[in-house]
Ligand binder design. Sequence first.
Ligand SMILES: Nc1ncnc2c1ncn2[C@@H]1O[C@H](COP(=O)(O)OP(=O)(O)OP(=O)(O)O)[C@@H](O)[C@H]1O
Ligand SMILES: [Mg+2]
Length: 222
Amino acid sequence: MIKARNIHKSYGNLEVLKGVDIHIKVGEVVSIVGESGAGKSTLLQILGTLDQPTNSKQNDTEITIAGESFINMNDKQLSKFRNQNIGFVFQFHQLLPEFTALENVLLPTKIAGTSEKEAIEKAYALFEDLRIEQRLHHKPNQLSGGEAQRVAVARALINSPKIIFADEPTGNLDSKNADDLHRLFFDLRDKYDQTFVIVTHNPNLAEITDRKLVMKDGMIIE
Ligand SMILES: Nc1ncnc2c1ncn2[C@@H]1O[C@H](COP(=O)(O)OP(=O)(O)OP(=O)(O)O)[C@@H](O)[C@H]1O
Ligand SMILES: [Mg+2]
């Protein structure tokens, strides 16, 4: 699903990523752990097309998602690629406050040009999978933290992306809500063969993922 070779990222003299290689298979749930400042979010942003790597000395950086290379795409191509292939979940839900849960989840389908009927059917199915079907018309400030985060997951999944990137998706939840959402990730993987890459400080989650990658000082060390 993802193949990346020799990813570097520097800010001036500060080398944040020092040549990361990563391979992730379809349907894998992979966690990335490591100390604060190790470069986890930076790596996730680059893999998720939200940030650009710095050229490596050998000029041999490669990143493909589902066989497609995106590092030379222009902004318009990238937005389209992202909309079709990638879902994101962040620590704070980042739902739009003026819109209901359902409207938030439907937004990516509007950008993709999906028919409304198809989009709504998919959204209802996801709200059921995520056990928030009673919260369709609530605005974000009328949702609990766990519910809002589940809506954010539904929004990430609505376009059936090939891969979901999550950066501390349960970092803001209590342990029960966190464990609950972690279980849902695995249910969604089983049901949709969805691939997940999850940055986390949560040891319970890291232990139950298929593979745990440990980052230190800009490298994956195990
Ligand atoms: N825009 C930037 N300019 C300069 N330095 C940056 C920038 N963004 C990140 N860094 C630095 O890059 C390093 C890696 O940051 P990153 O956010 O990837 O860490 P992280 O592993 O996600 O940490 P945490 O667990 O605290 O979220 C940090 O030392 C950070 O200060
Ligand atoms: Mg981070």
